[in-house]
Design a protein around this ligand. Structure first.
Ligand SMILES: [Zn+2]
Length: 327
């Protein structure tokens, strides 16, 4: 596979190429990890390695007919299945379409590879239809299932896949990598906001997400001081990607609990907000704060299914406005 690659994925990549060398190629591999670690890139490189007709020691050749078609995104033995729109489900019709293609023989002499991303977006009918592919595997075909939350996949599918769990790199090496990409400030903070995922941290830097997060924090503060209306803030917050927002809220709340118990600064997640957090912590009711934290944890799941985000954020912010005392 290519040498130009994310350093934190090297070990996973080597692991995959040695599977090929030892002819222990998984029929189905479930690659799980949070967003921003490069799972798709890893899967594509592995796919090209499998498809290459002139494999080198650890990398694809990049020159054979297969590699050329792959690079041009026109290889008939490489299939990528994803929702029609991001966030939507992969439906059974898409799986049936895939199965009809898999009924034909691979067109080249190498492997045929199917990437499904995110695999946990297959709805229940799609997952049941796909299960047949795993039970009666088509010849020379490898399935690569990408997921950020593999628990969301049916156990029947999970149990038939070999698993590769991708972890975020160690913080210092991630900071260095961000510096190499030209990010010259706030690397640690960006990584924290991205839960340690370097590609996500890079995107945050490029999209100026820190400014957005800081303005949300100010609004959150104002709600607790009764200087902003929960209903209006709820309306504004609907425009922010909800995973991101709930992650921020959880980390602020966790830090507030730490500040309440006067835990050392080095253990805070939002070091840059320390001063504000300590002021908030002086005025809060701990039981109510735990109640708010419970609600946030529930909301991480509810937000994926509840259509009315306005109501969800209103409930969340009204609960939050009652956490502080002695105003
Ligand atoms: Zn090749």
């Amino acid at each position: 596979m290519s040498d130009m690659f994310y350093p934190w994925l090297q070990a996973y990549r080597q692991n995959l190429s040695s599977c090929v060398k030892q002819q222990r190629i998984p029929q189905a591999l479930l690659i799980n990890g949070i967003a921003g670690l490069g799972k798709h890139e890893l899967a594509k490189q592995f796919a090209q390695y499998l498809i290459c007709l002139d494999k080198q020691e650890t990398t694809y050749c990049g020159k054979c007919a297969s590699c050329k078609l792959f690079s041009a995104n026109t290889h008939p033995d490489f299939l990528l299945l994803q929702p029609e729109e991001p966030g939507k489900a992969i439906v059974v019709a898409a799986i049936r379409g895939l199965i009809s293609k898999l009924n034909l023989k691979p067109q080249y002499s190498g492997y045929r590879v199917v990437i499904i991303r995110p695999a946990d977006k297959m709805n229940i009918n799609a997952a049941n239809a796909f299960l047949k592919c795993l039970e009666e595997p088509p010849e020379r075909t490898v399935f690569l299932l990408l997921s950020e939350q593999m628990q969301a996949l049916p156990a029947t599918i999970r149990s038939r896949c070999q698993k590769m769990l991708i972890k975020p790199p160690e913080i210092n090496s991630a900071v260095h990598w961000l510096q190499d990409q030209g990010i010259d400030a706030e690397q640690t903070l960006l990584l924290h906001l991205a839960q340690g995922a370097p590609l996500r941290a890079l995107a945050y830097a490029q999209e100026n997400v820190l400014a957005q997060r800081n303005s949300c924090f100010t609004e959150w503060q104002k709600v607790s001081q009764e200087k902003a209306c929960p209903v209006q803030i709820a309306e504004k917050w609907q425009k922010i990607p909800d995973n991101q927002l709930v992650h921020w809220l959880l980390s602020w709340t966790e830090d507030l609990i730490k500040c309440y118990f006067q835990i050392d600064k080095s253990l805070l997640l939002n070091v840059d907000l320390e001063k504000h957090l300590r002021v908030l912590a002086m005025r809060l009711d701990l039981n109510r704060l735990f109640g708010f934290y419970d609600l946030l944890l529930k909301d991480t799941y509810r937000i994926k299914t509840q259509l009315n985000k306005q109501l969800l954020f209103e409930e969340m912010l009204i609960t939050w406005s009652q956490v502080t005392v002695n105003k």
